[in-house]
Ligand binder design. Structure first.
Ligand code: TXA
Ligand code: MG
Length: 313
């Protein structure tokens, strides 16, 4: 089978070429010990928007940010003491930790879907280690499959789903674990299991002294209030062609508004700016009206997010 997306060997040249592509805001799939990730520079909003575009994801989920080592990861967040213990035991490895972002962290708000926490991982796979060290920056990477399809554990799986939509795949053979990382977060100072995965919960319990609890879902009454979703405090009205009353207007294309998601009507630019614009308008304390966004390409994920923001709470 011949593909349009080049397959890079996991040697020094291949790793250097992959790091250059990431620096240029391109998408590169790479092996980790869990599954192949679809990587982009986590500081570059346009590059992160391309991840959603390539996967055809109909919603913006927060992504995991990958680092070469724990000290680089710790630059961006305040890791709770227990997180430091888990990191010391399981990093590099198939463990993801969710922690509060530090001011000036520099990550695109599209990576975190507007949340004030971020998921961090230091993979052990050798070529992933070399790529992350060569790039020397944060790499956002969900699994490298089209939305709704099974996670890829070989470069062929990646190409079968994403050929022509990504700049390259760094082929390091099959993934050793083949199952996504275990995700641990903290709620009110208590460790919670956000996703079961490559590291057994028993092994985590041994380090913590207690098993991680279930995430707290009590008190959730609407999708916009789910802990993993950011929703503005003010009321949101969709498909608006003009502001009414006290509203501030978030424009798109020909509808200029007080702020615009993209004056040229570019959906990738709109996705890249969405959470920053919502935060800025939310800070005004006024209700937010939003111009219509076309229901195609990245518009699906943008509209999904806006509908949640506008849902009654
Ligand atoms: O093994 C893995 O973890 C793979 C490889 C490529 O590293 N990556 C992966 O990423 O599975 P992804 O994007 O498919 O999974 C990200 C999940 C989200 O669905 C969400 O459940 C959780 O991580 N997550 C990310 N940020 C979060 C946050 N701030 N708070 C809570 N959960 C978060
Ligand atoms: Mg996935």
């Amino acid at each position: 089978m011949t593909y349009r997306t080049p397959r890079l060997g996991a040697d020094a040249d291949g790793v250097a070429a992959a790091a250059d592509l990431l620096r240029n805001g391109q998408l590169v799939a790479f092996a980790t010990e869990t599954v192949y990730g679809l990587g982009a520079d986590a500081r570059n909003a346009d590059a992160v928007a391309r991840i959603y575009e390539a996967k055809g994801r109909p919603s913006f989920n927060p992504l995991i940010v990958h680092f070469a080592d724990a000290s680089r990861a710790a630059d961006h967040v305040d890791l709770p003491r227990q997180a430091l213990e888990l990191a010391a035991t399981f990093w590099p490895g198939p463990l993801t930790l969710v922690a509060p972002l530090r001011p000036g962290h520099g990550l695109s708000s599209l990576v975190t879907a507007g949340l004030d926490t971020v998921a961090l991982r230091v993979p052990a796979q050798e070529s992933a280690q070399r790529l992350l060290a060569a790039f020397d920056g944060p790499v956002a990477a969900p699994s490298a499959n089209p939305s709704g399809r099974i996670s890829p554990t070989t470069a062929d799986h990646v190409l079968a789903g994403l050929d022509g939509r990504i700049a390259a795949v760094l082929d390091a053979g099959p993934c050793a674990i083949g199952l996504e990382s275990t995700i641990i977060g903290w709620e009110s100072g208590r460790a919670v299991l956000l996703r079961a995965g490559g590291i057994a919960v028993e092994d985590i319990a041994e380090v913590l002294g207690v098993p991680p609890g279930p995430p707290d879902t009590a008190g959730i009454t609407a999708p916009g209030q789910l802990g993993s979703h950011y929703a503005p405090g003010a009321a949101v009205r969709l498909n608006a062609s003009a502001a009414r009353g006290a509203e501030v207007l978030l424009g798109f294309g020909e509808i200029t508004g007080d702020l615009s998601l993209s004056k040229s009507g570019d959906l990738r630019e709109a996705a890249a700016s969405l959470f920053d614009r919502l935060h800025t308008l939310d800070a005004t304390g006024r209700p937010i009206a939003v111009a219509p966004i076309p229901e195609r390409g990245l518009g699906l994920a943008i509209n999904d997010r806006l509908r949640r923001a506008a849902a009654p709470r």
